[in-house]
Each structure stands twice: as C-alpha cells, then as structure tokens.
Design a binder for this molecule. Sequence first.
Ligand SMILES: *[C@@H]1O[C@H](CO)[C@@H](O)[C@H](O)[C@H]1NC(C)=O
Ligand SMILES: *[C@@H]1O[C@H](CO)[C@@H](O)[C@H](O)[C@H]1NC(C)=O
Ligand SMILES: *[C@@H]1O[C@H](CO)[C@@H](O)[C@H](O)[C@H]1NC(C)=O
Length: 442
Amino acid sequence: MATLLAFVNVFMLFSSTLLIFHVHFTLSVNTTMKVKPLKFKLHHPETVFYTPNATIEDRGDRLLKASINRLYYLSARAGGGDPEYDALAGLVTSRELGRDGFFVDFSIGDPPVSQFALMDTGSDLVWVDCLTGFDPSESRTFAQYPCLADCNNGCSSTNGCMLQIGYVGGFSAGGVIAREKFTFQSSREGDTIVNDVVFGCFRKFSKTNKILPGIFGLGDLRTEFSIVKKMGSKFSYCLGNIYDESYIYNQLRLGEGTFLEGMETPLSNYVGVYHVDFEGISLGETRLDIDPNLFKRGTSSLRTGVAIDTGSHLSWFVPMAFKTIRSEVAKLIDQEFKVRRRYEEELWELCYFGDLALDFQSFPHMKFHLANGAYLDLDSSSLFYQKQTRVFCLGIGPSNEIRYHNFSLIGLMAQQKHNIAYDLTGKKLYIQKINCSLLDED
Ligand SMILES: *[C@@H]1O[C@H](CO)[C@@H](O)[C@H](O)[C@H]1NC(C)=O
Ligand SMILES: *[C@@H]1O[C@H](CO)[C@@H](O)[C@H](O)[C@H]1NC(C)=O
Ligand SMILES: *[C@@H]1O[C@H](CO)[C@@H](O)[C@H](O)[C@H]1NC(C)=O
C-alpha cells in the first residue's frame, strides 16, 4: 500500500485524461458474459460544446495545444509516471482541452439519465459527473464497488471504493467507483442494456470550470474497471473527416458488434498505451528514407516505439523522421503547388497560405506503413489542417517537443476515413479505409 500511495502522488491527468496505472486489482469477476452487439454514434465535439463565435483560428490554436498536451500525457503514461512531466505539461495546459475528441452518449441508472463522455483510448475507466450530471441516490440500480480493489483514495463501508485522479496544472477529479446499469441507444437496434458496468461517479473537481462531462475509457490495463474487457475485449471506431461537423456516420462499436475487417497488424499494449509496429512512411509512390529503427520499441527504454491514440489530432514522430517528412512535403509543395510558404508560429511547423479544400485536393497521399503490409492512407485532409482562414499546416510534429525523443504517436487525423478495430485478445489491429456510412448497412 505504501508503494501504491507513492505512485498516487505522481498521478497525472494530462489534458483531461485519466491515469489509473499502478492500481492493481485482485478482484475476480466473470467478464465473459455474452451481450448484444453494441454500436453507437460518436458525436462531433462542435455539436457537444457548441461555441457560436468560435473561429477557425480558435480551433486551430486549441487543436495544436491539445495535441501537444496529449503527447506529454501519453509519453508520461508510457513511461510509467514521471513527476517531471507535471511541470512541463502545466505550461501548455488550457481550459479548452478535451474538447476536440469525439463523444459517446448513453444513459445510466434506473430511471436512466443521459450522459455524454469523451471516447478515449488512453483512459481505462468510464467516469461521469455525479455533481451536476447524475445523482446516484435517485437510481434504483446504483451499487457500491467492494473494497477488494486498491482504491487510491481509501475505501469505507459508507462510501465504497474511492478514487482520486490528478490533472495537469493542479486539476483533480475524484469520487467513488461504483456499478450501474448502462443503456446504449442505437437507431437501428433499439436500446441495449448492460448491467453492472463499473464506472467512476465523480463529484470532486478541484476547479469549478470543469471541462469535461465525462470520459469513456477504452484503454486496457487489465483492470476490473474496464468496460472493454467486460464487453469481450474488442472495439472499433470509424470516423469520417473529423473537421466535418455534418458527417453523421462516425461510430463506435464494442464487443461482439466490433467490425474486425481489413488489413491486420500486430497490436501491443505497454503500460496502458496501445502501440503498433511502425515500419515507414511513403509520399505518393516514394518511400521516404527514414531509418526504421527510429520506430522500434527499445528493450530497455520506455517511451519508445509508436503509439496509436484518439486524444491527439496531430501525429508526432521522432525528430530524425520528422525532419525527413517535413522536407519531403515542403519539396513537393514547392515543386508542384503554387502556394506561398508562411512564417510559422512554431519553429517546426510547416504552414502555407491557401485553402486546403480548394487548392490542395490533388496532393499525393501519404501512407503510414505498419507491420504485415497494413497501412493508413492519408489524403490531403488527413495530412493538413486549416489552421487559420487562409492558412493550412501539416498535421505532423516532432516529438522532441517533449524531452523523450524516441516516442512517436499516430493521431486522429491520420486515422480518419478508416475503420480502426482493436482485438485485445488476439493482439491485432484491423485497418480498413472506408466511408463509415457503409458500416451502417450490415
Ligand atoms: C457572439 O458574437 C455576437 C455578435 O458579435 C455577440 O453579441 C455575442 O455576445 C457573442 N457570443 C459569445 C458567446 O461570445
Ligand atoms: C533514442 O534513440 C537513439 C538511437 O537509437 C539513442 O541513441 C538515444 O539514446 C535514444 N534516446 C532516448 C532519450 O532514449
Ligand atoms: C459517404 O457516404 C455518404 C452516404 O452515402 C455520402 O453522402 C458521402 O458523400 C460519402 N462521403 C465521402 C467522403 O465519400
């Protein structure tokens, strides 16, 4: 327990994400129950946090900051918790974080109360706001979680299992771990009820301007808190153009309904962070000259290798790889496209004057090559983002924005227009380039 508490002190929550590593569970629950396939809509952040006067500039700025924060968070997590990150990440924390992901809606309790929560592969727990969003005393199905788990903020017969999570910049959230009836609505299948879902019912937020309604954690740390494990250790998500608010086919599937199709590639999990075996990058027909060892996961060093994540829009690569990507993209633009280079705000950025949708449709695709021949296929809308009304930038950055140089991260922009499926038991990731509307026809 002493060790546990020591770790609890370095718990950090970066950019609105949960860290519950180093909490070891001894409770054994039968998690193999069969349930109906779960398939539900993912809501665009703009439809959840409607901000009438938000400009492209606001969004561009927010996306960049949130992506940098996420890089800190995941690399800290992949490193098993490092207190130095607190100070580092505090520098880039903003209130806007967590607002650019995709949201799941569901209801909890009996009578059911509807909730929104951010889908997050970098969190292991589902938590909701029990201060303003859900009142457990009004529910007939709310049940405490027994004190058998290592609850980091104590456990008592009155409150049950208590958990406290630290955010960067002094932010924290906490409350009880409990069990509830969850109801998922789907237009086609009707309601699906899952009983006894373990979740965090959080009431204590260190700042009143709380940014998130809740988190829907899809991480896998072999804890009894995981909804993914309860549903059979499989899930998939499919996103269209993530900047298109009107695209209605974004979806998440859990358990038996998971769409496991397409190219398959090994998936691993290190300290709760999903990693892939990354082999290289091509631009158009040209394979970029990048040493594949830069993407390898070192045997001795944590924070190496390439993670795949839903919390960063941008992708981040080790500096040596990034240098090559940046210069090859710039060369191609200089040779083929008549757009003017712009002075970048960050030294590493690559930005141009122009309108992505108008001037840049024909840009050659970039491919991220993974083991076994699988790849992500990035067209111009997955490679660049409109940062200002008349400025677009490359959606890739160097991971030496953090001190741990050898960690890379595949962000959401690179994954859009694909169905991405995680089979945690088979340790495989499935990738299929698809218009998500086609998945609704099965
Ligand atoms: C949005 O802009 C309008 C008109 O400029 C202004 O009246 C309104 O207060 C603004 N709303 C917010 C939330 O900033
Ligand atoms: C990153 O990788 C390089 C080359 O393999 C190695 O020399 C260096 O020590 C590594 N850096 C860190 C911070 O692990
Ligand atoms: C995806 O399919 C929908 C429905 O058929 C269609 O309206 C939309 O234009 C398609 N999107 C793309 C990018 O092809």
